[in-house]
Design a protein around this ligand. Structure first.
Ligand code: GLU
Length: 243
């Protein structure tokens, strides 16, 4: 099968050299195997995404000769589809409605902090049904993460990587305001776009375990991943604008 790869920058600021770096790996991989390289603009964060940032990404990549092979995909156009998948997961019993309010969650977060623990949603609504008085209240949709075992990913660069399932939260896939989270949108788009390989920075490795839960719950094949080490400055720190 010919590979289809993508880069998926979020247009929330000036283009980062990391975007060009990842585009280079993806493009070379696609060219080497006679596949396709796609640009997907992840513009669902309407507060932080800007038109100048979108243009800067497109013009920057074109100036570098890192041209995509197909039409640019704008993630914001797929929101209805993301929602549909969230409801499909709900119907399958792979996700559930969580009626916890932001203040209740804040309270739990503070409590965990006081106890010096990392906050993990205590799965309150996982096996609970809303009664009549609650049924009309706003709810988020959370995925049911496996409670035991390990999530295993065979990465082209890292080899076999494992993560204890118990350490992963029942993450929100659809917020109470009806907007999809990054984690859901990425999985749905990668699947729908026929992405075969996800080549991205290794700062995304923990997201990969989370995203695998969604792929598995939908019985979708997970693209093969390759997590590339990030570029670091001379001081050893992850490259940032101050460099
Ligand atoms: N939009 C994400 C970012 O800019 C990338 C998502 C991905 O490559 O899967 O970090």
């Amino acid at each position: 099968m010919k590979p289809r790869v993508r880069i998926a920058p979020s247009p929330t600021g000036d283009p980062h050299v990391g975007t060009a770096y990842m585009a280079l790996f993806n493009l070379i991989f696609a060219r080497h195997y006679g596949g396709e390289f796609i640009l997907r603009i992840e513009d669902t964060d309407t507060k932080r995404s800007t038109q100048p940032a979108i243009e800067a990404i497109i013009n920057g990549l074109s100036w570098l000769g890192l041209n995509q092979d197909d039409e640019i995909v704008f993630q914001s156009k797929n929101i209805e589809r993301h929602k549909q998948v969230a409801y499909e997961l709900l119907e399958k019993g792979a996700a559930y409605k969580c009626y916890c309010t932001p203040s209740e969650l804040d309270e739990m977060r503070k409590q965990a902090e006081l106890e010096g623990k990392n906050f993990k949603y205590p799965k309150i609504w996982r096996d609970k049904k809303a009664d009549e008085s609650q049924a009309n209240l706003p709810f988020a949709i959370r995925i049911k993460a496996p409670v035991s075992g390990e999530i295993i990913v065979n990465d082209l660069i890292r080899g076999e990587v494992r993560y204890p399932a118990d350490d992963l939260d029942d993450m929100v896939i659809l917020r109470a305001d009806g907007t999809p989270t990054y984690m859901l949108a990425v999985v749905v788009d990668d699947h729908d776009m026929g992405v075969t390989n996800i080549i991205r920075g290794d700062d995304h490795l923990t997201n990969t375990f989370r995203q695998k839960i969604i792929f598995d719950s939908m019985c979708w094949k997970m693209p093969v991943t390759a997590h590339v080490p990030l570029i670091h400055g001379a001081d050893g720190a992850k490259l940032s604008k101050r460099h």
